[in-house]
Design a protein around this ligand. Structure first.
Ligand code: FE2
Length: 374
């Protein structure tokens, strides 16, 4: 997120100026082990920790970082806890999509006066390193958006956390920042949530896909991409559409037991190198048949990359008017077929890989079928 290119005009007219994703918090069953997984498999680095040793009595949180992407993994310490309730119902999943703002109090004021429901009243946390201001509102499912103002803070993460120094530090894999975060919502819920992002957060609908774009013989979905003013924060919203069989969004809703974050797309500058490392560390990806590559150049035009490594790793390519993009989707990272990751390298293209949907969904359906959920 090249914050330096933020246009002044945009900031003035935008009632909710965002500098990008501050962090993503997952509620998980065992944060200590999940942290080990995200370090080992994805190359995240240990950053900060909060828990009983730091005066937090109901949870443990591990903060990981890779370039500009921060991941917070939180587990409850007792069964009598809203975190435990969340985990019992949903399994591991995203609880907070935290956004970097100039003014967390104003972000709360601007969004709640436009109809957002508060999930965290604005507050200021202080320690020897300065202050962090934060506030929060609810979005789809049980997901929340936090607004984080950290311009007067120079500690590792935020007050309440201590630096986490670990003797185990696997190499990063080239993951840079959050490109977009996709939500799955229920039948007929896409448009109400599109309206929420428009009215409450000042986002715009920059792309739409209907079931004619995104369908295979069996399943379908609809999607609208919501973006904030400067484009640093993009939230596509999916809902299921009628198909012959159960769609991937329906499978998600059934197993997550509600609406939630479907995938987090992380940018890289070199997808071949990143994916090679992720695979070597045990991250599993969806595989398209090798026939996908037969008409690749006719479909996307000329690309700079050699086709062989792309084919070998199963990396997908799509193009739009502005350039092309390379992308690959992981399998779900939990036992429930719920959240997964996308690795994306943009070469000018600002779209989301529409040309890959069919091949991708057929790959997804093979997975669904293997789980007995098609
Ligand atoms: Fe995506």
């Amino acid at each position: 997120m090249e914050t330096s290119t933020l246009e002044k005009k945009e900031t003035k007219t935008d009632f909710l100026p965002l500098h990008g994703t501050d962090y993503i918090e997952l509620y998980v069953g065992n944060a200590k082990q999940a942290a080990h997984y995200y370090k080992t498999a994805f190359g995240f680095q240990s950053l900060a920790y909060a828990g009983p040793e730091t005066g937090v009595k109901d949870r443990s949180s591990y903060v990981l970082i890779q370039n500009k992407m921060r991941l917070v993994l939180t587990s409850p310490l007792h069964s009598n806890s809203p975190i435990a309730d969340h985990h019992r119902k949903h399994g591991d999943g995203v609880k907070v999509l935290a956004l970097m703002v100039e003014d967390a109090y104003d972000a709360f004021e601007q969004t709640t006066k436009r109809g957002a429901t508060s999930s965290l009243q604005p507050k200021t946390l202080t320690d020897a390193n300065g202050e962090v201001k934060l506030s929060g509102i609810k979005t789809y499912g049980e997901v929340e958006h936090y607004f984080i103002e950290r311009k007067n803070y120079n500690g590792v993460f935020m007050p309440g956390y201590v630096e986490w120094k670990s003797a185990y530090n696997p190499e990063p894999t080239g993951l840079l920042y959050v490109d977009h975060c996709v939500g799955n919502v229920g039948w007929n819920q896409m448009n109400p949530w599109v309206k929420f992002y428009e009215d409450v957060m000042g986002f715009k609908n920059i792309l739409s896909f209907d079931d004619n774009d995104i369908s295979t013989e069996y399943s379908a979905l609809m999607s609208k991409v919501m973006s904030n003013g400067n484009g640093y924060v993009k939230f596509p919203i999916n809902e299921p559409a009628e198909g012959k069989k159960k769609s991937q969004v329906e499978e998600y809703l059934e197993f997550y037991e509600g609406e939630g974050v479907q995938h987090i797309a992380i940018a890289t500058k070199d997808i071949v190198s990143t994916v090679k490392q992720l695979m070597a560390r045990g991250v599993e990806f969806l595989k398209v048949p090798s026939s996908y590559y037969e008409d690749l150049f006719e479909r996307v035009g000329k690309i700079e990359e050699d086709i062989e490594p792309l084919k070998e790793l199963g990396i997908l390519v799509d193009s739009d008017d502005e350039g092309y993009l390379l992308q690959l989707f992981s399998k779900p990272v939990e036992d429930r077929p719920t959240m997964f990751f996308e690795i994306i390298q943009r070469k000018g293209a600002k779209s989301f890989g529409k040309g890959n949907f069919k091949a991708l969904f057929e790959a997804l359906e093979r997975e669904q079928d293997a789980r007995g959920n098609l």
